[in-house]
Design a protein around this ligand. Structure first.
Ligand SMILES: Cc1cc2nc3c(=O)[nH]c(=O)nc-3n(C[C@H](O)[C@H](O)[C@H](O)COP(=O)(O)OP(=O)(O)OC[C@H]3O[C@@H](n4cnc5c(N)ncnc54)[C@H](O)[C@@H]3O)c2cc1C
Length: 387
């Protein structure tokens, strides 16, 4: 499709998480890159802008498919090295923290925590050398997060999880892309075709077009669906957290992710709906009251933002790359885009470098290969996924 990336002209539609990462990685590999975004670069319509920025291989694998854990672990290796490269190129350090995450439950909801522990064991524990969680009690919870309510007496610590300042990342990525000479078009909705991107006033020709429009790709990829999520951001000096905290609850799983300037993102609802209307009162009340039970000190926090958006998903809730000559469609990052984006981007670029044909579902093939490599000592997991 492209014989040499460093000589290729590549058009990317969609400047969300995938579009920005691909623009940066392809430009530094020498390609001529143009990036088209329907919204503005500062306030993108992207799910990536609304996201909480958790990078959570264990939690996501339990909630979706076990192979997400395997792909996620590869991303966990890529993030630090990519962010180091980014800092070396720009002098800017993106806030990325790998101090694990903490799951807690109130005494009346202990069954939820116990079930989650069983789910981890069933889905992921194959290697007794590496058990990806620790059961902790009051003292352990307080040692990790001293501001949480004393009523939380049981928890699970997931040491391998991380979180990133996603808005800083998106902001700095676009600034760096511009500096590197990526042609950036904002407020420019695009249609994609093999070797062509059509905007309202022009058809742009490229050697290769990448469709990274998330839910915006629906008109040209009918299987893509949006899954509504709502988040609330608060600011307070009364509470300090070092890592994401999830509250296990029978009706919803609330998480709180610490951000810069004493801010916290609280999320997220998950509704099979493509409704883009503002956050509902019910969700605001549920998120707010669950937050209050994590620490009553949150009562004085100021609500600084309420936001809803759609997660781009495919039928199996896993990522997929679809190839036609001159057009590569990449989608389905669902609720784990920050977890999976590096491995997906890396995979696409490796494939482009090798110039080999990639079958339709190569990405899932990668997941299976990764599973069988990493977990060859544990056929039960492999069977689970392949069954
Ligand atoms: C509430 C919420 C919380 C989340 N929390 C997390 C989390 O903690 N951790 C995690 O890993 N993931 C999280 N996610 C998921 C993550 O945000 C997505 O998986 C990821 O953003 C998908 O990346 P993408 O680039 O495919 O799509 P997007 O980030 O949605 O980007 C698509 C871009 O394409 C643009 N576009 C659309 N149509 C067109 C068009 N016609 N022409 C040009 N541009 C177009 C859009 O404006 C957008 O900027 C969350 C998502 C939501 C909604």
């Amino acid at each position: 499709m492209v014989s040499d990336i460093s000589k290729a002209s590549i058009g990317i539609a969609g400047a969300g998480l995938l579009g920005r990462l691909l623009a940066w990685r392809l430009r530094r590999a020498g390609a001529e890159v143009s990036l088209f975004e329907a919204g503005s670069f500062d306030q993108p319509l992207a799910a990536a802008q609304t996201a909480a920025g958790m990078i959570a291989p264990v939690s996501e694998a339990v909630a979706t498919e076990p192979y997400v854990y395997s792909l996620g672990n590869r991303s966990m290796q890529l993030w630090p090295s990519w962010l180091s490269e980014f800092e070396a190129e720009t002098g800017i350090c993106i806030n990325y923290s790998r101090q694990g995450s903490l799951l807690v439950a109130h005494p009346q909801d202990l069954a939820e925590l116990n079930q989650f522990e069983r789910d981890i064991q069933r889905a992921l524990i194959t290697d007794t050398q590496h058990v990806p969680y620790q059961r902790i009690h009051s003292q352990g919870i307080r040692e990790l997060e001293s501001d949480l309510s004393d009523r939380l007496t049981e928890g699970l610590f997931l040491p391998d999880e991380a979180h990133i300042d996603n808005r800083q990342l998106l902001r700095e990525l676009i600034a760096h892309c511009k500096q590197l000479g990526v042609q950036c078009f904002e407020n420019t909705p695009a249609e994609v075709f093999a070797g062509e991107i059509k905007t309202a006033d022009k058809t742009h020709a490229f050697d290769l077009v990448l469709d990274c429009r998330g839910v915006g790709a629906q008109s040209q990829w009918s299987q893509v669906r949006g899954v509504r999520g709502e988040v609330m951001s608060v600011q307070t000096r009364e509470v300090s957290l070092s890592r994401p905290v999830r509250l296990m609850h029978p009706r919803y799983q609330l998480y709180v992710v610490p951000k810069a300037n004493n801010c916290f993102v609280i999320g997220a609802t998950q509704l099979e709906s493509e409704d883009r209307s503002p956050v509902t009162l019910q969700s605001t009340l549920e998120l707010g009251s669950a937050l209050y039970t994590l620490s009553p000190a949150f009562a004085e926090a100021n609500i600084i933002e309420l936001k809803s958006n759609l997660r781009p998903a495919l039928p199996d809730n896993g990522p997929q790359v679809e190839i036609n000559d001159g057009l590569l469609k990449i989608n389905g990052l669902f609720r784990h885009g920050y977890l999976l984006a590096p491995v997906v981007v890396d995979h696409v670029i490796n494939w482009l470098n090798q110039g080999e044909a990639m079958p339709y579902d190569q990405l899932l093939g990668l997941a299976e290969a990764t599973l069988s490599n990493d977990l060859s000592s544990n056929p039960s997991i492999q069977e689970q996924h392949l069954a």
